[in-house]
Design a protein around this ligand. Structure first.
Ligand SMILES: Cc1ncc(C[n+]2csc(CCOP(=O)(O)OP(=O)(O)O)c2C)c(N)n1
Ligand SMILES: [Mg+2]
Length: 392
């Protein structure tokens, strides 16, 4: 979809169904703008009375669909590469495409994102070459992108740690005087449902709140922390945690790319205007395994997965595009072909990735090196040299 301000300022070419309701059926707290059947809801109201709506052009709707299909296909290719021994590990985003594309497209160029290890869809929206995380999971580099250039920090494996980094960064935005206007800056921290049990995340909530940091806490509640289900993390809906820390919280249908976009855009705008942090709970489901090292059939039943398949984030956009005649069969075929082409290209480039010299692992530990590191490098080099001429 077009860069700039998609959905924000443009008027819809095609009227959405004139329907407004409070939340989605079955869950009065869930902000939803597109039902699993592809029906548009004109506006939805959050728990604090905020009204959410989007106004996309047909081209922008098609752009969102393209994003969703591409990130799913590239993710599937990465999973296949891991299965064939080309990656050490892969953390799939399957099922979470809408949460990631919706929030990723809501970011403005100046906003800074702090991901976990699963945010390949947000990475894609930030304009980073999708090959980058594959180098990390192949073990040939540390990720490879420049966080400052793309405003997307490095992946973080330590659960919840990035929420503290994001809080510090957001406090810095305020200190630099970059909030308070329409084009101010904001930050967003991604984390999972399991991460909400971490001390780091709760400390980040406290600091962000008392320092009024321009930060959006974006929790993808995919219902599991590896094998631990949500009921082992919390006895209250996660978005309600925010109240205890003194900032607003909202639960959005994380399988609805439109609602996720609307809620994230509003939260970021509030932050950039100087209104402080907020928590978004994107209610979604991890359709695949936690990582390629996990077997989810050991801890969840098939009927649960099937129930979530009916809420698929891509199928509902496709149904909407078809019903509203925004896209035709040629368009869907062209998107599929692009996805196929890009995934083949991804595969070819992964297979060509050179193995780095082991000693290069010392290269980027500190920007200006350190005497201790120099010593370790020298020792390691001598150790590697000791193998020269041997068969092992
Ligand atoms: C501090 C810390 N503790 C434990 C782990 C091991 N670990 C890796 S992923 C994970 C579960 C995280 O679940 P959640 O926050 O829901 O994110 P998801 O993987 O579901 O996206 C755990 C416990 C870790 N990486 N870091
Ligand atoms: Mg989780």
């Amino acid at each position: 979809m077009a860069k700039g301000d998609p959905g924000g300022t443009t008027r819809s070419r095609r009227a959405a169904q004139p329907r407004s309701r409070k939340g989605a059926a079955g869950d009065p707290a869930l902000v939803q703008l597109l039902t699993p059947d592809g029906e548009r809801i004109d506006s939805a109201t959050g728990p604090d009375g905020t009204e959410y709506r989007v106004d996309f052009t047909d081209e922008e709707y098609r752009g969102l669909y393209r994003d969703l299909v591409l990130v799913r296909k590239l993710d599937a290719e990465a999973t296949a590469l891991q299965r064939q021994g080309e990656l050490g590990l892969w953390a799939s985003l399957l099922g979470q495409e809408a949460a990631q594309v919706g929030s990723g497209r809501a970011l403005r160029a100046q906003d800074m994102a702090f991901p976990t290890y699963r945010e390949h869809g947000v990475l894609y929206c930030r304009g980073i070459d999708p090959i980058m995380p594959l180098g990390l999971f192949r073990g040939v580099d540390q990720g490879g992108w420049d966080p400052n250039e793309f405003k997307f920090n490095m992946y973080t494996i330590v659960i919840g740690a990035q929420t503290l980094h994001a809080t510090g960064y957001a406090m810095g935005i305020t200190i630099d005087g970059k909030t308070g206007t329409d084009d101010g800056e904001a930050a967003i921290a991604y984390f999972g449902d399991g991460a909400t049990s971490q001390g780091d995340v709760n400390e980040a909530f406290v600091w962000a709140s008392v320092f009024n940091a321009p930060l959006v806490f974006f929790c993808q509640n995919n219902q599991y922390a590896i094998s631990e289900p949500l009921e082992r993390q919390t006895r209250v809906p996660l978005y309600q945690r925010a109240a205890g820390f003194g900032f607003p919280g909202v639960r959005v249908d994380g399988n609805d790319v439109l609602a996720t976009y609307a809620v994230t855009r509003t939260a970021l705008d509030n932050a950039r205007l100087g209104q402080g942090p907020s928590l978004i709970e994107a209610y979604t489901y991890r359709m695949g395994a936690h990582t390629t090292s996990d077997d989810p059939t050991r801890y969840r039943i098939a009927s649960e997965v099937e129930a979530w398949q009916a809420k698929d984030p891509i199928a509902r956009v496709k149904a909407f595009l078809e019903k509203q005649q925004i896209a035709d069969a040629d368009f869907f075929a062209e998107v599929d072909e692009q996805a196929r082409r890009e995934s083949v290209h991804l595969r070819e480039r992964v297979l060509e990735m050179p193995n780095p010299e082991p000693v290069t692992m010392f290269d980027h530990v500190y920007p200006n090196g350190s005497p201790l590191l120099d010593e370790q490098r020298a020792k390691f080099s001598r150790y590697m040299e000791s193998f020269e001429g041997s068969a092992h």
